[in-house]
Design a protein around this ligand. Structure first.
Ligand SMILES: *Cc1c(COP(=O)(O)O)cnc(C)c1O
Length: 397
């Protein structure tokens, strides 16, 4: 039996298939099994064990077999030295914030992020721990520079961002953070490692909601943080072992299985979203389209430089109609599902923004309410047809 020893020299597809997998030594199965055990047998003399550590197999909250296999695969896909896998994307965000921030520290955060990142940094960390924050337009380098203070310890961005598809320049913002002795964390969920790998552009911590593209099938939750081992070890100790953010072995196994087809799925998501964005742009009923693959996107050039695999499967758009017209449009869709989340095999749409407390942070185009559409793996023509017939059926002309 030859170990495959998959490393970064292999192509992305090969790493997606073989990364983290080896023949099971006990049974000879060519798939590593799912290990639904809470505890692992201790050595004869356990007195040397660090009960808060993750190096020895002792207890699944300190690290389990399936979690480790998935970490191996994700580190290979991101070209990053280390990875910790946690229970959800939000567990990963909270784990980063909890591990690297304390009272009196200042955070610069993008003004367009996932709602839980906003809740944590804008409200919970300031209220509970006295952490200071500045929300800045991370699409504008000067605004990020101006927001940094001597006590800034973390800059947090999301690119492309949820839900306004804002693009931030990872490399330029990493330089600003590092010049101030701060870390840069980048939420990469909308891109996935197939399209973009923030570690290669200087981000210290890359965050993924595995719930989205990496699992890809809408049936398991998980999160990951990637970076240098010294940083990831701190997250493991604090956020996983002591806060309890460990993933279930079953979910780690499902996500490992989903991740095998990530590159093939991303090609289809990228292609479909680009075609849909271009189609929507031609319609008089469409008020605006935000997609980084359109030359009209404010930071299309930056996206083209850092999103080397493609521009992703998520776009935002608004219709020239009222509140009820937006709801009517969604109601008439037959293929695209009215549900939150993104990166699933099926297309998902959600109507957002009308009574969002963060609306003041969004660009004017978003104020009339808008859709976040995650283009799934259906035939692109069927998705376009579905939107055409829904517009007609909803009487939006
Ligand atoms: C969904 C999402 C998260 C949260 O992930 P969960 O797995 O749902 O906890 C974080 N960031 C972004 C950009 C997301 O889209």
């Amino acid at each position: 039996m030859n170990p495959k020893n998959i490393d970064a020299a292999f192509g992305f597809l090969t790493r997606a298939v073989h990364g983290g997998n080896e023949t099971d030594t006990e049974t000879g199965a060519i798939r590593r099994p799912i290990t639904m055990a809470n505890s692992y047998e201790l050595p004869y003399d356990p007195s040397g064990i660090n009960w808060s550590g993750s190096d020895a197999s002792i207890y699944t909250r300190n690290g389990g077999a399936n979690q480790r296999y998935l970490q191996e695969k994700l580190a290979l896909l991101h070209n990053a030295p280390d990875c910790v896998v946690l229970a959800s994307g939000v567990a990963a965000l909270a784990g980063v914030f909890f591990t690297f921030l304390k009272s009196g520290d200042h955070v610069v955060m993008s003004d367009s992020t996932y709602i839980a990142a906003y809740r944590l940094i804008n409200e919970l960390f300031p209220e509970k721990f006295g952490v200071e924050k500045t929300l800045a337009d991370s699409a504008d380098i000067e605004a990020v520079k101006a927001a940094v203070k001597p006590n800034t310890k973390l800059v947090h961005i999301e690119t492309p961002s949820n839900p306004t598809i804002k693009i931030s320049d990872i490399e330029a913002i990493a330089e600003i953070a590092h010049a101030n002795g701060a870390l840069l964390s980048a939420d990469n969920t909308f891109a996935s490692p197939y399209n973009q790998r923030p570690f290669e552009f200087g981000a210290d911590l890359t965050i993924e909601s595995l719930t989205k593209y990496i699992n890809g099938h809408g049936d398991a939750m998980g999160g990951a943080v990637l970076g240098e081992k010294a940083l990831i070890d701190r997250i493991r100790g604090q956020a996983m072992v002591n806060l309890g953010g460990a993933i279930s072995p079953f979910n780690a196994w499902l996500i490992m299985r989903g991740a095998v087809t990530l590159p093939l799925r991303m090609r289809q998501h990228n292609e479909s979203a680009q075609k849909i964005a271009e189609f929507l742009q031609t319609l008089p009923q469409v008020r605006f389209v935000a997609y980084p693959g359109l030359p009209e996107h404010k930071n299309h050039g930056i996206a083209a430089r850092q999103m080397q695999g493609g521009f992703g499967g998520v776009l935002a758009f608004g219709l020239n109609t009222d509140h009820d017209g937006h709801n009517r449009f969604v109601d008439r869709l037959r293929i695209i599902t009215n549900a939150v989340s993104l990166g699933h095999d099926e297309s998902l749409i959600v109507f957002l923004g009308e009574n969002d407390e963060r609306q003041y942070l969004y660009g004017d185009a978003f104020h009339g309410g808008f859709f976040r559409l995650s283009a799934g793996l259906e035939d692109t023509d069927d998705l376009i047809y579905d939107m055409e017939q829904a517009l007609k059926s909803a009487g939006i002309v």
